[in-house]
Design a protein. Structure first.
Ligand code: SF4
Lengths: 617, 341
């Protein structure tokens, strides 16, 4: 098959293009995430740079065929650098009327629509809330429409296998994938290997047949005027894999455990979109990783702090509602000064909010969401692959400064994927750990003069028996103290310790114009903001970009950097949280540009905002 | 190196910390502390291997007064912290000091999950049937109708029976004792330490400030033997005056009944305590009414694999299978491709 496919590919004229955004859309039960994931892997191995944006409903199976049940997966792939999943798809594969209508508005004018016409009965249209069929009422005018009888063709391909009608129909996503592979001249081998591995007979055979049938169908009936070819990107030399943010977070934590020689302990309670970190770490027990699925969010962090006391690298992963529940225990971790990482994979809030959608609205709770004066370092990842580095850095700082650290990622980073250059494991520096062992002069709250960290004295160490707890303690001895002056001293020490982390951080720097407008971003909006600012700068606008990795403490030199610019614009997927932080901190006005629609920024939206700023100037 | 060879000889004093004890004078907690210190000294466990964890409340000040490793944590959440420390460091002897409010109200969820998991540690639940540290509100074990500051007309909450709750949560070791019982309490603490799994010990504790005399009938010399039955595995369930004892028998109604034991025939009818019998444990735990004594001692004990052993067995098996994780391999999992330089 593979050879046949390649043979066939050679005979077809292919238009070379350098950038494609494609979206697969169907019912939650149609396997769109899986289809998108396979297309991503194949695209990555082909050598394109890419970014993905899975977008699915909160319900596992919303009513079939309805707009509420539409699940989508968007991939932006290119011969050039890719930092975002793309503003507008140029190709849409729609499995039913709901998927078509929910996504048509996003499609580029003149875009290609591959549509499963077998799902356009009156009943199907009614479920999707349509009074007429978009296939023939003119609503698809201006698009290049390719109707395909996906269900019938899949059925033909599997006819002699003796599978039930439902089982047969379930393979139609692979038929569609086969069509997409032909369209972009892609080898089916990676997906074939995956199918053979993943499914048992006869389902492996059925899926393979559907995939090949889709490919051959596109080929033989000349479904398209032309195939396309997107040549590989010029990525830096090295070995690459495709990685999602949650996978990268899990691997970063394992790397931190290996580099610090501390056993990794993950305490977690299942929550969207964080559960995949728990799932990933649960498969890595051979690294000595302990995963503890706790009875609730509070128990998850409680056990994590207990494990940190016991000398482990303690991590708890969650999302917004979980962060709220963990607040009291996190305050204790700050008080007892034990190293641990709280990973908050942000989603739309408050309350259950938009559990499967992305948002950056947990900055305030990360910075301030505890009672009392309870400073906590906060670091944020900027891309799926960067979650690895951010997790490693969070652990490094936690251990070096004996403090909990909050790592912010988000639903977009967590589920989105990008090609990731594998790091040189040996080049990752060790994380030094100095466990206290010497009883001579040992005091549980005696601080390192450079970092203000207290010693990590693990139960089981002879001669270091001591008590810690939530009650304020006397400086150095750690004995219970209700003395007012001592409380002020300890409060200041805890604050100064977190501020000292800035000594380890690089100076704030901007790319682009040395003056004019400075755009400050943080977290998962990096790709869109950087692309927009870079485009505007190259187009002659006086605009620069700086991206904050650390939110607490802020990087050194940020005030001076901001002072060099006339205007500061802060785009965020919230109602302006970083804007407030910067204004309060530096007492200078900034312009907040926000969006809370559960979706990442589009580059075009940011560009429009920059153009508006320039027009005002 | 065996722990035993290495263990210094301790006295009770070795387990006293330098902290001033801040419980009210006359509080039952003093006696519990004293028994625990004595028992710790005799266990053959090096002092640095003890980790004592607590939540919030009068009882939860406990770790500060022991010279071991101690962690005073968050209200109700001590079971979670204790689970974490035991998983990270299974060698430790972990003890959890908690109260009726801490364990059964704010921490009820963690309490039952700790028991069902069977983490190898000891829970000492100081049950004084009142909130002490917050100054005298009713607790989840206060009797129905209890008049307190927050229930001036009497509580309308039905109380928990902590041992029954533990049994319902599939605890593997359930014992009950009283703060001022010296020998009986020490025996229970020792048995709890020796049990592999979560040992639940309910200790009736007098709060002389807010609920004084709650257990008076059970502790006063003249009524104590009538009100308590000290159960022991393999021994008949007898109580009361030694010369004219009473015994527990099982009626055809599958309920316990109290009989006077005068003849050999009577004696033969008396139940023999079997700590592995869950039905008997359930009946003993729930004895209520004026004619029934309260069961004291080890009421229930069964073997079940401990949680931390099962967790570490999976880790060990994974390590044995792959020879230990290889970071380079883990990073390169899935499909990779190389861009030549
Ligand atoms: S309030 Fe009651 S329980 Fe608390 S220390 Fe005083 S006597 Fe003991």
């Amino acid at each position: 098959m593979q050879e046949v496919a390649q043979e066939a590919t050679r005979q077809v004229p292919r238009t070379v293009i350098d950038d494609v955004v494609i979206r697969f859309a169907g019912d939650s039960g149609d396997g769109m995430q899986l289809t998108g994931d396979q297309f991503t892997r194949t695209t990555a191995v082909h050598g394109n740079d890419l970014a993905t944006f899975p977008d699915f409903p909160a319900e596992i199976r919303a009513p079939a065929g309805t707009l509420a049940g539409v699940s989508g997966f968007q991939i932006h792939f290119s011969s050039r650098d890719v930092l975002t999943p793309g503003d507008q798809p140029g190709v849409l594969i729609a499995m039913n009327p709901a998927a078509l209508m929910a996504n048509l508005g996003d499609l580029k004018k003149g875009g290609l629509v591959i549509v499963n016409t077998d799902k356009f009965t009156d009943r199907d249209l009614e479920k999707a809330g349509q009074t007429s069929s978009p296939l023939d009422d003119g609503r698809l005018e201006g698009f290049e429409v390719v109707p395909v009888q996906l269900s019938a063709l899949t059925k033909n391909a599997l006819d002699d296998m003796g599978l039930g009608a439902k089982e047969t129909d379930r393979c139609k996503n692979l038929f569609a994938l086969g069509i997409a592979y032909w369209l972009f001249g892609r080898d089916t081998a990676i997906t074939e290997a995956w199918i053979s591995n993943k499914f048992k007979a006869p389902y492996a055979e059925a899926n393979l047949r559907a995939l090949r049938a889709g490919y051959n169908y596109a080929e033989t009936v000349e479904l398209f005027h032309s195939g396309y070819e997107v040549p590989p990107a010029r990525l830096a030399p090295g070995t690459y894999r495709n990685i999602t943010g949650n996978q990268a977070t899990a691997l970063g934590l394992i790397a931190a455990s290996q580099k610090s020689g501390r056993q990794l302990f993950l305490g977690a309670y299942p929550i969207t979109p964080a559960s995949d970190v728990l799932h990933a770490l649960a498969t890595h027990k051979d690294f000595g990783v302990i995963t503890f699925q706790a009875e609730d969010e509070i128990a998850a962090i409680g056990a994590t702090i207990g494990a940190a006391w016991g000398g482990a690298l303690g991590v708890t992963s969650t999302s917004g509602p979980g962060v709220a529940l963990k607040a009291e225990a996190l305050g204790l971790a700050i008080m007892v000064e034990l190293p641990m990482v709280l990973v908050d994979i942000q989603r739309g809030g408050p309350s259950t909010g938009l559990p499967t959608k992305t948002e950056q609205s947990d900055l305030f709770i990360a910075l301030y969401g505890r009672h009392g004066e309870s400073p906590c370092p906060v670091v944020a990842a900027q891309s799926p692959g960067d979650c690895f580095w951010a997790a490693l850095e969070a652990a490094r700082i936690a251990i070096r400064y004996m403090t909990p650290v909050i790592l912010l990622t988000d639903g977009y980073l967590a589920n989105g994927a990008e090609p990731w250059k594998l790091p040189e494991v040996d080049a990752i520096p060790d994380i030094p750990v100095n466990l206290a062992t010497d009883p001579e002069g040992f005091l549980p709250y005696k601080r390192d003069p450079e970092t203000l960290a207290r010693p990590w004295a693990v139960p089981g160490t002879p001669g270091l028996e001591h008590r810690i707890g939530g009650i304020e303690k006397q400086n150095e001895t750690g004995a219970i103290s209700y003395d007012g002056d001592n409380h002020e001293l300890m409060s200041r020490l805890r604050k100064q310790k977190v501020e000292r982390i800035a000594q380890d951080l690089p100076q704030a720097e901007a790319t682009g114009s040395p003056d004019g407008i400075l755009v400050i971003s943080w977290g998962g909006t990096y790709g869109a903001v950087h692309t927009a600012v870079d485009t505007a700068f190259k187009g002659g606008m006086r605009v620069a970009h700086t991206h904050l990795r650390w939110l607490n403490p802020l990087p050194p030199g940020l005030r001076e950097l901001m002072e060099r610019y006339e205007r500061v614009i802060v785009p965020e997927l919230n109602m302006g949280q970083l804007s407030s932080v910067l204004q309060a901190r530096f007492a200078r006005p900034v312009e907040s540009y926000t969006k809370v629609q559960g979706k990442p920024f589009k580059v075009s939206e940011l560009l429009a905002r920059l153009q508006l700023a320039q027009a005002q100037a | 190196m065996s722990i035993l060879e290495d263990t210094p000889q301790y006295t009770k004093k070795d387990f006293m910390s330098d902290q001033t004890i801040r419980w009210c004078p006359g509080c039952g907690d003093y006696s519990i502390l004293s028994q625990v210190q004595s028992v710790f000294a005799e266990m053959g466990v090096p002092r640095h291997q003890f980790a004592v964890v607590s939540g919030i409340g009068c009882s939860s000040r406990f770790p500060y007064y022991l010279s071991t490793y101690g962690f005073h944590t968050v209200h109700g959440r001590a079971p979670a912290f204790a689970t974490g420390i035991k998983l990270a460091n299974p060698e430790l002897s972990v003890w959890l000091a908690t109260g009726d409010g801490d364990a059964l109200s704010i921490g009820g969820n963690h309490f039952i999950h700790l028991l069902r998991r069977n983490v190898d540690l000891q829970i000492l639940l100081f049950n004084n049937r009142i909130y002490g540290l917050t100054k005298g509100q009713y607790s989840p074990t206060s009797e129905y109708g209890k008049k307190t500051k927050s229930t001036p007309m009497g509580s309308v909450d039905h109380p928990f029976n902590p041992c029954a709750l533990a049994l319902g949560a599939d605890a593997t070791f359930i014992a009950r004792t009283v703060d001022i019982f010296v020998k009986e309490q020490r025996d229970v603490l020792t048995a709890a330490h020796q049990h592999k799994g979560t040992s639940f010990v309910e200790i009736w504790q007098n709060c002389n400030i807010f609920n004084d005399g709650a257990f008076k009938e059970h502790t006063e010399r003249k009524t104590r033997d009538e009100r308590c039955i000290f159960v022991e595995h393999g021994q008949p369930l007898l109580f009361g005056d030694k010369t004219a004892p009473k015994g527990l028998v099982l009626g055809s109604d599958v309920r316990l009944h109290v009989i006077d034991v005068n003849t050999d025939e009577d004696r033969a009818r008396v139940l023999v305590h079997d700590t592995s019998n869950q039905l008997l444990a359930s009946l003993l735990i729930r004895m209520e009414g004026a004619e029934f004594p309260t069961a004291m001692g080890v009421i229930y004990q069964v073997e079940r694999p401990t949680y931390e052993a099962a967790v570490h067995a999976q880790i060990d098996a994974s390590v044995a299978r792959t020879g230990g994780g290889d970071l380079k391999k883990a990073l390169a999992s899935g499909s990779t491709w190389t861009i030549p330089g």
